[in-house]
Design a protein around this ligand. Structure first.
Ligand code: PLP
Length: 371
């Protein structure tokens, strides 16, 4: 790696290992790899390129927005792409042209009629069923009526059915069990009506690890591909973070007592002290709310970041340690027995690793792929 590198290191091998670990967990179920939000900040194109070289590659890839699906299609003409976003009349032509699989999330006959009126070619869809997430989807007990409607339109090819689990990473599994029961009722109702809904899928990462009943014919891992459990609830299986953040010591100075270090006197020096700057800040995606709370690794020691995180830099206290300009700094990653991972940041911010990895993928942040 370049000297004085400052940016993300995406460990493609760790992502592939996580993929194989997930495959192992779900046995015969296929994988729909969730690569929305630029693969949760890891780089959609690089992640899909790597997964496509696997012997048992994903059955499909899923993204949230049409723009993401179209970029993916540009790079990969042959992969199957599921678009989570509900099908809208203005998107139908683009979806059909790009050969994407859309999502039907409405049971309103007028909406469906309007959609179908815009379809000139055939279009494949999966039906999204609401079993308890209450964000999108057709109500679990009205699927038979919906499939009855959809049958009238030969241009609309129903190729799958899915639901999304709202609480699958909770040690109390009651809510998820209820969602799975509702989904099973919906599937049984369709079966009784002689309707075959195509590919059946439900499990996000929480469903994959904690709810084998939700594995069905395919699963949709997101965060666990990138090396994290969705919450602090963990199984025995180890996952490996796909993202590290590294930088270097840019400058060192001695600060007199009673001085403000960084903006607004958030940190005042209590004695004469040595501090060092690191050229990454909130414009690169380090949350400003971690000010005075971040820990970084230099050499074989942890150091505390002090004062406000600024747009372009953070400052650490280095005491009498032999830290030099140009030394490597690990903000997320591990060396020896020391580790800082996205949970260390998330716990301080009352958030989850999803938000950390997505926001570090800022326009200005460099990305280096370790293959
Ligand atoms: C519909 C759907 N399926 C699967 C996933 C993947 O979830 P996770 O990252 O928790 O594995 C998401 C992510 O939010 C989603 O929206």
């Amino acid at each position: 790696m370049m000297k004085n590198y400052s940016g993300l290191i995406i460990d493609i091998n760790n992502i592939l290992e996580n993929y194989r670990t997930i495959k192992n967990q779900v046995g015969a179920s296929a994988i729909i790899a969730v690569v929305k939000a630029d693969a949760y900040g890891h780089g959609m194109e690089a992640v899909v390129t790597a997964l496509e070289k696997e012997k048992e590659k994903p059955l499909m890839y899923a993204v949230a927005k049409l723009s993401e699906a179209l970029s993916l299609r540009e790079c990969f003409p042959d992969i199957r792409i599921l678009l989570f976003e509900p099908l809208r009349a203005e998107n139908v032509e683009a979806i059909s042209k790009a050969g994407l699989v859309g999502t039907i999330a409405t049971e309103e006959s007028n909406d469906i009629k309007n959609l179908v009126a815009c379809i000139h070619d055939k279009i494949k869809v999966h039906v999204k069923v609401n079993t308890g997430m209450n964000r999108l989807g057709v109500q679990w007990n009205s699927c038979v009526a919906l499939f009855g409607q959809l049958r009238q339109y030969p241009n609309l090819i129903v190729d799958g059915i899915y639901t999304h689990l709202a609480d699958s990473d909770n040690a109390d599994s009651t809510y998820t069990e209820m969602q799975i029961d509702r989904f099973n009722t919906c599937l049984n109702d369709l079966k009784d009506a002689g309707i075959s809904p195509g590919l059946i899928h439900a499990a996000n990462s929480g469903g994959i690890w904690f709810h084998p009943r939700a594995h069905y014919q395919a699963v949709r891992p997101g965060i666990s591909l990138y090396g994290y459990y969705p919450s602090h609830l963990k199984s025995a299986v180890a996952l490996k973070p796909g993202m590290q953040l590294r930088s270097f010591i840019e400058s060192i100075r001695t600060v007199e007592p009673d001085e403000s270090v960084s903006y607004a006197k958030l940190y005042m020096s209590s004695c004469k002290m040595r501090v060092a700057t690191i050229p990454l800040g909130y414009a690169d995606g380090i949350p400003r709310n971690l000010s005075n709370k971040l820990q970084v690794i230099v050499g074989d020691k942890l150091f505390s970041q002090i004062g406000r995180i600024t747009m372009d830099r953070i400052i650490i206290e280095i005491g009498e340690e032999p830290v030099k300009i140009g030394d490597e700094v690990i903000l997320l990653g591990r060396t020896g027995d020391l580790t800082v991972d996205a949970w260390d940041w998330s716990d301080n911010l009352q958030t989850i690793p999803y938000e950390i990895t997505c926001s570090l993928n800022s326009k200005r942040m460099a990305k280096f792929y370790k293959i």
